[in-house]
Design a protein. Structure first.
Length: 115
């Protein structure tokens, strides 16, 4: 598939997305695709030199502010409950961990669409 065809598929999915999380993952997928320049879409190419999605997230290759991550992945009521990212998303994760999980899902979505 071409980059444009993948982007069109992502747009179609975004319009049908039912949750803030799903829309956020699709937005991350679109951003990952923007940086992609190769012929074959692989996890390694999407990681842009990072060893995994946690390193990608913590390394500043995506959002670095908790408020931005919260805004992208949460509904307005969830964001309000978390004070727009001032409070941690849960006991086990930071906002950067949550972003890494979303990036992982976004990369798998891109690879799945491309097949």
């Amino acid at each position: 598939m071409t980059k444009e065809e993948i982007m069109n598929a992502l747009d179609a999915r975004f319009n049908k997305a039912r949750s803030a999380w799903e829309r956020g993952v699709i937005q991350y997928a679109e951003e990952l695709l923007d940086f992609f320049d190769g012929d074959e879409l692989t996890k390694e190419d999407l990681l842009r030199g990072a060893k995994d999605w946690k390193e990608y997230s913590y390394g500043g290759l995506s959002f670095i502010y908790d408020s931005d991550i919260c805004e992208r992945l949460c509904t307005p009521s969830e964001a309000k409950r978390k004070r727009n990212g001032e409070l941690q998303p849960n006991r086990q994760e930071t906002w950067l961990d949550v972003q890494a999980r979303a990036l992982y899902q976004a990369a798998h979505l891109l690879i799945r669409i491309n097949k």
